[in-house]
Structure formats: C-alpha cells, structure tokens
Design a binder for this molecule. Structure first.
Ligand SMILES: Cc1cc2nc3c(=O)[nH]c(=O)nc-3n(C[C@H](O)[C@H](O)[C@H](O)COP(=O)(O)OP(=O)(O)OC[C@H]3O[C@@H](n4cnc5c(N)ncnc54)[C@H](O)[C@@H]3O)c2cc1C
Length: 439
C-alpha cells in the first residue's frame, strides 16, 4: 500500500502521523520548517506552540476538559506528550513548549513507519490521483501552497490572531508579585501582580495610546474574539480588561488584604521558572511599544521580553460547504483536512481533527467504506463528535463562519445536560475505543 501523505508537522499532522504509523501504516510527514518559516514560528521543531503554552482546562466537566479526556481515551499521542512535558498550570494543562516539541520529535523519529520529509509542499499536484493526503498545514499554511489550493477552496477565509509576550522571570520584581491561583484553587501555580486604581489607569492610558503594527496590504483586520489583541479589547471600554484578562475576582491584594482593582497573571513557561507568559496579553503593539507599555506595570519596570507578541493572518476554510463528516473533501474523497484549516480553533481541537482524519483513513482502508468512525457511536453525545458535526454541517452562512472551539453551545444540552455530559461522553468514547482496538 502507498504511504499516506500528511502535509504539516503541527498538532493535527503529528497526531495523524503517529496514529497511522503506530497502526502499521506508512506515512510521509511533510514539514516546511525550518527551511520555510513564517515569523510567528521560532524553531524547526515539530508541534511548536506558537502562542500560549496552555492546552486549556482539564476540569472534567468543562468542555475543553471533556475533549481532552476523549482524546486521551482514543490514545492521543499529542495529549500524552503534553502530559509528559507539563508544568504547573492550576486547572489547565500547561506545557514546557521546548520539552513538548522534543518529546514529539522523539516519538516521530522512533516510529519506523513515519518518513519525516523536511520540505514545503507547494501543490497537491505533487501527489498522484488516488494517493491519500491529509492537509494539516494549519493557520499559517505557506502562501505558495495556500494559493495552489484556491481551485479547491475558492474565496478563502482568514482572521488575524495575536500572540502574547514571554518575559524573563529574573526581570520581574518579585517583591511586587505573589503566587496564587484564582479563588485559591489548587496549588499556587500562577504569579500575579495586583494593581490599584491609579496603577491600572496609568497602564490603561499607555496601552490604548501605543503604536501598533498596521494591517498588511490595507486588508480588513478580522479578529477572533478569544485572541483579540489586548489593546483592541481595551478600546472597547476602560473597564473591559477588568472583566477579561485583568479580572481581579478571586484574589486578595497582599498589600491591602482586599480585592485588587485589577490583576495581571503570569504563567510558567517551564519547570525552572525561568520565563513567564503574560496571560491574555496577546498584542499587535510594535516591539518597542511592548517593552515601554509593560514597564509601566509595577513589578515589570525592568521587564525583559524574551519573545515579543506578534499578529498573524490565519487561514481556514468554509468546511460545511467543502468537507464531509469523515473529513474528506467533497470534491476528492482521498484528500482529508485536519487542524485549524478545517475551521477548528485551539490546540486540542487541532489534535482532534488529526486523530479523526487518521482513524477515518484506517477505517476506509480496512472496511472499504467511506465514513467516519464516529458513526459507530452516538457521536452527538461526545464533544469531539459535536465539534466535527458543527464544522462539517453547520448552517452558519459562509460569511459568518468563524473558527470554533469545544464548547457546550455545540451540544444538545436539553437532552444531555452539561453537568453529566462528561459521563455520557465517556460511555460513548469507551465504546469507540474498544471497537478500534479490535480492528
Ligand atoms: C498566531 C497564532 C496564535 C495562536 N494561539 C493559540 C493559543 O494560544 N491557544 C490555542 O489553543 N490555539 C492557538 N492558535 C490556534 C491553533 O490552535 C494553533 O495554530 C494550532 O497549532 C493549529 O494546529 P494545526 O495542526 O492546524 O497547525 P500547526 O500546529 O500550525 O501545524 C501546521 C504545520 O504545517 C507546516 N506547514 C505549513 N505549510 C506547509 C507546507 N506547505 N508544507 C509543509 N508544511 C507546512 C507548519 O510549519 C506547521 O508546522 C493560534 C494560532 C495562531 C496562528
């Protein structure tokens, strides 16, 4: 049998490659980096996390927590690597991004069925008709490849996404910071800086006046709500940040014993506590302005930025019109789409797409049928099934279709209430996992 070709060694592509490889299928895994590297990426490593080092909540009853449990039950290699490289993150699965990528590289290199090809794929015409291909090149798909897909995708969609800065731990004045989790839940994993009203407004004024990077080619800037640059969020109103990334609820200012006016949270980047990610501070301020504006914050006066925030265009497609429930293209059943290009949003959602694309290919090879393995269970009782159903058959019009993450809005919560959904999903995924083991 010819190898399955996977374009992109990111979260979805690696999950797909390891799923296929471990089941004995040959895979060519194409990764454009380090030769071709958009500026958001910093390394040539597989599964580089471009922004936050958090894979989101692990709370068992939360939507992202349920998705993670489902992926783990289906034997996700990427979630396993995340657990092996985790750093304390309260209720979230946070990773040391360098260690995470290194573990993934080891897994891929250790799998004899995977041929890792370090080059950019420029067009699908590099493959023969009938070859199985998974397009997992992600939101930062190279321009050449993306434009070659225009005959398949037509009139492509995009939005802009911003990245938060990472700062050197030694440059934070620890006398102004304190370790605590919101509402004192769990271990004290986050470093926090409490601000009073004057301190908040001093920062706020500098933030909304800061110079930002202009849009590329005068293009309309469309932002994804949950990755909105902090300065854009701030412009919505002077208190917006206090109900968002700078929410003070659940904290006491150690200086006063009262709830502060606002709080800034710093999340560990590694277990050595050598660097912190500033939570929710994704930005498109110019580099010079980032250092200047952050230094207005008490405790960050001498801040040293290790990785600056940047803004980047994200590509995705209108999957409801183009992709079948088994993630193959309606126009070509041998070509599958996974990851953010599919219109999903979030690290774990990308992993989910990669896992399912691979399982569906395995299923089609073994049974000769073109369907989704999810059709073997009541998939609407799972988070992964509800997400894929939305992505491939949502009634949302093309112009209003925006990337979607796991959430209870995708679930029929009248029939399957939120508080017990994790148990319902667990039953269904266990059935699927057992079935897959018998292949
Ligand atoms: C700037 C930015 C910030 C984000 N921040 C977050 C966040 O904080 N939290 C979150 O949950 N999600 C975030 N996302 C969204 C999304 O979850 C991630 O982008 C996720 O990594 C998507 O997974 P993927 O597999 O689709 O793509 P990726 O993980 O990006 O993997 C795609 C891979 O394909 C390679 N590639 C691209 N083109 C080609 C080609 N032509 N040939 C060969 N290889 C190619 C790329 O180099 C890359 O390694 C962010 C996205 C962006 C762009």
């Amino acid at each position: 049998m010819k190898p399955v070709n996977i374009i992109g060694g990111g979260l979805s592509g690696v999950e797909a490659a390891l799923t296929l490889g471990c089941e004995g299928f040959k895979v060519n895994l194409f990764e454009a980096r380090p030769e071709k590297m958009p500026e958001v990426f910093k390394t040539g490593g597989l599964c580089e996390l471009v922004c936050s080092n958090s894979l989101g909540s692990v709370k068992p009853e939360s939507a992202p927590g349920i998705l993670k449990s489902e992926l783990a039950a289906l034997g996700s290699h990427v979630i396993e690597a995340a657990r092996q490289s985790s750093v304390p993150g309260g209720q979230a699965l946070c990773v040391d991004r360098a260690k995470f990528s290194a573990i993934i590289e080891d897994k891929v290199r250790g799998e004899n069925n995977i041929n890792l090809v370090r080059r950019e794929v420029k067009s699908l015409s590099e493959f023969e008709p009938g070859d199985k291909v998974i397009i997992a090149s992600g939101p930062l798909t190279t321009d050449a490849f993306f434009s070659s897909l225009s005959d398949k995708f037509s009139d492509n969609l995009y939005f802009y996404d911003a990245v938060s800065p990472i700062v050197e731990a030694d440059s934070v004045d620890m006398t102004r910071a304190f370790w605590k989790n919101r509402y004192s839940r769990g271990a004290d994993d986050y470093l926090n800086i409490a601000l009073n009203k004057d301190e908040y407004f001093a920062f706020y004024r500098e933030l909304i006046a800061a110079r930002t990077v202009p849009p590329r080619d005068n293009e309309k800037e469309i932002f994804f709500e949950s990755c909105m640059p902090i300065e854009e969020l701030a412009r919505r109103g002077e208190h917006t940040l206090r109900f968002g990334p700078m929410k003070p609820k659940g904290f006491e200012d150690p200086r006063t014993g009262k709830m502060p006016y606002a709080v800034i949270q710093l999340r560990r980047e590694d277990n050595l506590n050598s660097a912190f990610n500033i939570v929710g501070f994704q930005t498109k301020m110019t580099f010079g302005e980032q250092a200047r504006v952050l230094s207005v914050i008490p405790g960050l006066e001498k801040v040293k930025i290790l990785r600056y925030g940047v803004i980047h265009k994200n590509y995705y497609m209108y999957s409801p019109g183009l992709v079948n429930f088994n993630l193959s293209l309606k126009s070509d059943p041998d070509i599958f789409i996974a990851g953010q290009l599919l219109g999903s949003e979030g690290y774990c959602e990308a992993v989910a797409g990669g896992k399912l694309a691979a399982l569906n290919i395995i299923d089609s090879i073994k049974t000769g049928r073109r369907r989704s393995v999810l059709e073997n269970i009541h998939y609407e009782r799972t988070m992964i099934g509800s997400l894929i159903k939305y992505l491939t058959s949502s009634a949302v019009a093309r112009k209003k279709f925006v990337p979607m993450n796991s959430n209870f809005g995708l679930v029929d919560t009248k029939s399957y209430p939120k508080d017990t959904f994790h148990q319902i999903s667990n039953e269904q995924i266990s059935i699927l996992a057992d079935m897959l083991k018998k292949y």
